[in-house]
Design a protein around this ligand. Structure first.
Ligand code: GLC
Length: 629
């Protein structure tokens, strides 16, 4: 075994390993030359002290070379198309959808049958929730993976998945899959071997003989799933302790061992060649641990992601990463760059949309748009109203303090409000992972149930549409939780299911709402009205070049309930004004004096005279095509 030395010696070792693994392709060699110095630098920082550094680096690069050789021709053609249009995900035509294969479509064949309806909706991006082999029952909705190379047999096969990816691609829809690389299921072969003492896998996880180290780590780590187990460790049958951030059956991998990086990169390369276009990098904040720290978002977590990015750039250059970091907003953006994750969920905008609807005050959301929206070139937000996960109130306390808001008390209020415990609330949500020790909790519920439709609140439908009008117009890729476009309500039947009852997130992960979809053309139903209004917004977005990219210029009005911004296009600007309050608001002509007097409302196909001001109904909004003077 050899430690990493100079780039030149390690470069030769890597190229020799590539040749030993098969042909060295010219196109690969070009990208190797571009990426190797970067990957080498990252490996040196991560693993410079290790005796097996060079060996693991060479093996990783050899796997990338072999993977490129095996990459199907249609994917290589697609890579070239992406190279010609690297900002493809910034288009105003982008629209994401997310669903569970089993709950939404039964299985992969069922997903295939839905492709026409996805096209009709305008989807260009489809995130299928984890569909890998996972133990029956305890699997955290698929996030406890026992093989990344097998599809869960109840959903289909890997060959079917690759075919589906190709069909989606032909329909203009990019397949998005999770890369669950922080942890595996305890049933994964690596986990079984590690526990059994197989020397090749002994260091794949963080296992300790007694409580000494776990106690030391837990002095500074946070509890993520306190309903399941306290702290960050669980005890093995033989008495030892293993790191487990999430459920007790999800064991964290030990990335301080470069063999783990090499092994996981192999799984990533395998998935890349099935035709996945975007990998959703699950739980990125947790992948590196160091004693005495929170073990979240450490510098090495970024180095690891960049190293995965460099490997992918060699072997599947058309693919991109999406970061799932549901943490402090300063940390969320730290993962976003073309060298790390090109895309990221925007959990701040999501949470503050709900915050604004509860408080009827748009100032925190406006502040986030004013100063936390900008991103580096070549990257984009994924803007969403809700996901399969709980809503955590991840705003920065220091931001809230500027308005005299105490972060802790405000989160308590929001939790009470959205779990229906606040008097007069319109929301019907359920608490997730309430921690009596810290007072912390998060909220679950479908968009329609949280926004007031379930409670019969007259503003419910407007709030659903308003929340989407924001996500569809702030930039990047808007992402729909499929079912929300027909106002799907909470499904409380999870409480009767012994496997799901312990996890309240199932309340908003109901099966495909067939009845609501059947009503989508019927304007006398909430499903029909919400669907009509949202699909109108989607089609307007598709025809609004102003909505491409991420450039957003704040637009302030004298009204705290109004959130405003401009999206400048090549010629005209789209001005968005959204009223999160319960009272009608009129924006006076003076506030609008920076624009030519005649504006156009593309949602209602009407021209608007700005000299008359703009009146926003309660929970109403406008998208106005304006010309700055
Ligand atoms: C991510 C997933 C969540 C899962 C967790 C552990 O946060 O979105 O559903 O519980 O990772 O894998």
């Amino acid at each position: 075994m050899t430690a990493l030395t100079t780039s030149d010696a390690d470069r030769v070792a890597a190229l020799e390993a590539c040749e030993a693994a098969g042909r060295l392709d010219d196109a690969f060699l070009t990208r190797f030359d571009e990426q190797f110095p970067r990957l080498h630098g990252l490996f040196t920082r991560l693993y410079g002290e290790r005796a097996d550094g060079r060996e693991q680096l060479a093996a990783t690069v050899a796997a990338a070379s072999a993977s490129w050789n095996a990459r199907p021709l249609d994917l290589k053609v697609h890579d070239a198309q992406r190279a010609a249009d690297p900002e493809w995900f910034q288009s105003e035509r982008m629209l994401g959808g997310v669903c569970y294969v089993d709950r939404f479509a039964g299985n992969l064949a069922g997903v295939r049958e839905l492709i026409p309806s996805f096209r009709e909706l305008g989807l260009t991006y489809l995130h299928l929730m984890p569909l890998f082999d996972a133990p029956l029952g305890d699997n955290d909705g698929g996030y406890a993976v026992s093989s990344y190379r097998r599809v869960n047999p109840s959903l289909g096969t890997m060959a079917q998945l690759a075919e589906l990816a190709a069909e989606l691609r032909m329909a203009g829809i990019s397949l998005v899959l999770d890369f669950i690389f922080n942890h595996t299921s305890n049933a994964h072969e690596w986990a079984q071997k590690a526990v059994a003492g197989d020397p090749a896998y002994a260091d794949f996880y963080l296992i300790f003989p007694d409580r000494q180290m776990p106690d030391a780590y837990e002095r500074t780590t946070r509890e993520i799933f306190p309903d399941d187990h306290r702290g960050s460790f669980v005890q093995l049958e033989d008495g030892r302790w293993i790191w487990s951030t999430f459920y007790h059956y999800q064991w964290d991998l030990n990335y301080a061992n470069p063999a783990v990086f090499r092994a996981m990169a192999g799984e990533m390369l395998f998935l890349a060649n099935q035709g996945v276009e975007v990998l959703r990098m699950d739980a990125v904040a947790f992948i590196w641990k160091r004693l005495g720290t929170s073990c979240e978002s450490l510098p090495e977590a970024h180095l690891l992601l960049q190293a995965f990015n460099a490997v992918l750039a060699m072997a599947a250059p058309g693919m991109v990463f999406k970061s799932e970091a549901i943490v402090h907003p300063d940390e969320v953006v730290s993962y976003i760059s073309p060298e790390e994750c090109e895309l990221s969920y925007n959990p701040l905008q999501m949470a503050l949309t709900w915050e604004a609807l509860a408080t009827r005050d748009g100032r925190l959301l406006q502040q986030a748009l004013d100063r936390r929206h900008e991103l580096p070139p070549g990257t984009a937000w994924v803007n969403y109203v809700r996901s399969h996960d709980d809503i955590g109130w991840t705003f920065a306390d220091e931001d809230a303090a500027e308005f005299g808001i105490d972060g802790y008390a405000h989160r308590q209020f929001l939790n009470r409000f959205y779990t229906g415990r606040h008097e007069g609330t319109f929301a019907r949500g359920v608490a997730f992972q309430e921690n009596p020790a810290t007072g912390d909790a998060r909220v679950t519920g479908t968009t329609a149930s949280l926004a007031g439709i379930e409670a019969g609140d007259p503003g419910g439908e407007d709030r659903v549409v308003l929340a989407h009008a924001l996500a569809l117009s702030t930039g990047g890729i808007p992402l729909l939780y499929l079912g929300d476009e027909v106002a799907q309500l909470n499904d409380y039947s999870y409480a009767d299911d012994p496997v799901r009852r312990g996890d309240t997130r199932w309340v908003h992960r109901g099966n495909r709402p067939r009845d609501a979809y059947a009503q989508r053309g019927d304007d006398t139903t909430p499903a029909g009205r919400v669907f009509r209004r949202l699909t109108k917004l989607i089609s307007v977005r598709q025809q609004s070049p102003e909505l491409a990219g991420n450039t957003l210029i704040p637009f302030h009005t004298p009204h705290p309930a109004v959130v405003g911004y401009q999206r400048p296009g090549p010629e005209t600007t789209l001005l968005v004004l959204a009223n999160v309050g319960d009272a009608e608001v009129t924006i006076d002509p003076l506030t609008l004096s920076g624009f030519e007097r005649t504006a156009f409302d593309p949602v209602h196909d009407a021209s608007v005279d700005l000299d008359e001001g703009v009146t926003l109904r309660p929970h109403g909004f406008v998208w106005l095509r304006v010309t700055p003077v």
